[in-house]
Design a protein around this ligand. Structure first.
Ligand code: FE
Ligand code: FE
Ligand code: ZN
Length: 191
């Protein structure tokens, strides 16, 4: 469909985001399965729930506009998710997999932040204040998700990824506890 007006561009951006969100919902379970840190798994799970709500917001905007949002493929997110899959398949060993998953997820968030920011501004320019408010809500959630992932990366995941092996996977949960005590210089009561 040719894009001749800002309204056309607005609809195209909403369609792109609709496709993006649906691809993200499909990809999340695999990412959640791949994580070995509870905090990261919780953050991914929480954002999956938010993402479902974001699709509902787009559906409500589409209903109000009287348009369909399905039928377009967001190639940007498709590419980002394909790179993430590649890392999971062959690149990242267990110790660094969580760091790689965060990197993939943050690329997704940044793409969404750019697109939702544009869509929100188009809605404002087109005098669609309710759309703009709903899109801003999603934009804020994407930003929060991004910041949370940075926090988890710098406080937990990247530090663990500098260890030669993932002790829990190699030796079981007891070994991980012992390893954490050692890291805090506490006596290993397991022995
Ligand atoms: Fe989203
Ligand atoms: Fe796209
Ligand atoms: Zn997101």
């Amino acid at each position: 469909m040719p894009i001749q007006s800002l309204h056309d561009l607005y609809l195209d951006t909403l369609r792109d985001l609709y496709s993006a969100e649906r691809q993200i919902i499909d990809a999340f379970p695999r990412m959640i399965e791949g994580t070995s840190h509870d905090k990261l798994r919780a953050a991914f799970t929480e954002h999956l729930d938010q993402t479902r709500e974001q699709v509902r917001r787009l559906d409500a905007i589409a209903a109000d506009l009287g348009v369909q949002l399905s039928g377009k493929t967001c190639r940007g997110i498709q590419g980002i998710l394909a790179e993430g899959e590649e890392l999971m398949r062959e690149g990242a060993g267990p110790g660094v997999l969580d760091a790689a998953l965060i990197s993939a997820a943050q690329r997704v968030e940044h793409y969404e932040i750019a697109a939702y920011g544009c869509a929100r501004s188009y809605a404002t320019a087109l005098d669609r204040g309710e759309d703009a408010a709903a899109l801003q809500e999603t934009l804020d959630e994407e930003g929060d998700a991004d910041h949370k992932l940075t926090q988890i990366a710098v406080t937990i995941v990247n530090r663990d990824a500098t260890r030669p092996i993932n002790v829990e996977r190699e030796l079981g949960p007891g070994a991980r506890l012992a390893d954490e005590r050692r890291a805090r210089s506490e006596p290993d009561t397991r022995l």
